[in-house]
Design a protein around this ligand. Structure first.
Ligand code: NAD
Length: 434
């Protein structure tokens, strides 16, 4: 099958490369000329484990190429994916659909023969109808079907998630499009991946419901962590104790600094808006958004408290800046709230991240970056672990103690054992544990 992927970001590039790896002929398109030039020269614009080899192999074997103009690829395509960004619209939290709409119009202008247009971007209920109307307007005679096929991959494990998903969701009422989507995903079908065929609107809502549920689960355990701190219980053991219940499940029950990233914050907000407009407010999701926003700010207070109530003139070392490990994605990362809050109280911040520094430099002011974790700790008054990169999980604790001016460690991801830290002579604060 011939696939055109419009938008070559975290989702478009991973999906495009994986479809090529399934044996399809894929062109990834992006308006960003630098990105396409880099890909054409053999580079990869994002940090995602395994992606460079996957892209290079499929380019070499002639199944994957790149373009800044969609005309040729869309004309030849059986399936055209829209995988452009849908950020929060400034001011009201609605999903900004301008990139999706622009892509739809461009597709309409050039498509040729029966074309399945697939919305892979996360878009509010009813967007499929809008995309269909936009294409119909520019091509009244067009032979096409608009399908919803939301993406559930996680950054940092994106390739494996794409190739071994828990499920694939396809929303369409069009039988011909359904057959083409089944054929496109056939390699997964053979692996017995459940494919949920449903209506377009239901499919659009499934994506938001999934993200809102996961955000709620994280927020639930974060509030539990606060309660644990207040009453002397251990949130990790609470998580284990409830997570072993098959109805609850163990995943997404790790207490931490609050969720961030390119999806949960914007998607929970967009769902809240959709529900308000439909006069069916989702109060649990509204509370989740509120609690999570407050939490990120509260994490700075936790650091300040660990430093004896005052960070003015002190140097705080930060380990981990990205919203989660194994990505360079800084979008809505908790570090973007925590660091400015510490700076506002007079702290100097020195930070290290294995992949996020280039992005962080664009978003944070007055931070000194180092090339390794121990360099960040040198003579600092405290260290805060914000992202649980593997390389922070087994630091040499003697070296940590020697490097720091004061032996204060704030671990917002609970990656160390409190008893071990005490034994190492460190003053250790974590989340929801005695
Ligand atoms: P991204 O910002 O990394 O990539 C989007 C790309 O689209 C950019 O490179 C941009 O230049 C390009 N673009 C915009 N308009 C274009 C146009 N008209 N023609 C060609 N290219 C265009 O975004 P992302 O993280 O890949 O997310 C894309 C969508 O997938 C969003 O709706 C997001 O919510 C959803 N999603 C993301 C993830 C994730 O983990 N990042 C997971 C699931 C779903």
């Amino acid at each position: 099958m011939r696939v055109a992927m419009i938008g070559t970001g975290y989702v478009g590039l991973v999906s495009g490369a994986c479809f090529a790896d399934f044996g399809h002929q894929v062109t990834c398109i992006d308006k960003n000329e630098e990105k396409i030039a880099l890909l054409r020269s053999g580079g990869v614009p994002i940090y995602e484990p395994g992606l460079d080899q996957l892209v290079q192999r499929n380019v070499r074997e002639g199944r994957l190429d790149f373009a800044t103009d969609l005309t040729e690829a869309v004309r030849a395509a059986d399936v055209v994916f829209i995988a452009v960004g849908t950020p929060s619209r400034r001011g009201d939290g609605h999903a900004d659909l301008s990139y999706v709409h622009a892509a739809a119009e461009e597709i309409g202008q050039v498509m040729d023969g029966f074309t399945v247009v697939v919305n892979k971007s996360t878009v509010p209920v009813g967007t499929g109808d809008e995309v269909e109307a936009l294409i119909r307007k520019v091509r009244p005679d067009g032979d096409f079907a608009v399908v919803s096929n939301p993406e559930f991959l996680r950054e940092g494990a994106a390739i494996d998630d794409f190739k071994r998903p828990d499920r694939v969701v396809v929303g369409t009422e069009n039988a011909r499009a359904r057959d083409i989507m089944r054929e496109l995903y056939r390699p997964l079908f053979l692996n017995e991946t459940p494919i949920v065929f449903t209506s377009r609107r239901t499919s659009e809502l499934i994506k938001y419901a999934a993200n809102a549920f996961l955000a709620m689960k994280i927020t639930f355990i974060n509030e539990m962590a606060d309660l644990c701190e207040a009453v002397g219980a251990n949130v990790q053991e609470v998580s284990k104790g409830i997570g072993l219940d098959g109805r609850i499940g163990a995943k997404f029950l790790h207490a931490g600094p609050g969720y961030g990233g390119s999806c949960f914050p914007k998607d929970t907000l967009a769902l809240v808006r959709t529900a308000q407009e439909a006069d069916t407010p989702l109060q649990l999701v509204e509370a989740t958004v509120r609690v999570n926003d407050a939490r990120k700010r509260a994490m700075a207070d936790k650091v300040i408290a660990a430093c004896g109530g005052d960070v003015s003139g002190k140097t705080i070392a930060v380990l981990g800046l990205t919203f989660k490990p194994n990505t360079d994605d800084m979008r809505e990362a908790p570090s973007l709230d925590i660091i400015p809050a510490l700076q506002a109280k007079g702290a100097r911040v020195r930070a290290y991240d294995p992949a996020g520094i280039e992005e962080a430099e664009k978003l944070l002011k007055d931070v000194e970056y180092t090339t390794g974790p121990y360099l960040a700790l040198e003579d600092a008054d405290a260290v805060v672990i914000i992202t649980e990169w593997n390389e922070f999980r087994a630091l040499d604790l003697d070296r940590v103690k020697t490097a720091l001016k004061a032996p204060v460690v704030v671990d917002l991801r609970n990656i160390y054992d409190p008893a071990e830290m005490k034994e190492a002579g460190l003053s250790y604060t974590s989340v929801g544990r005695p």
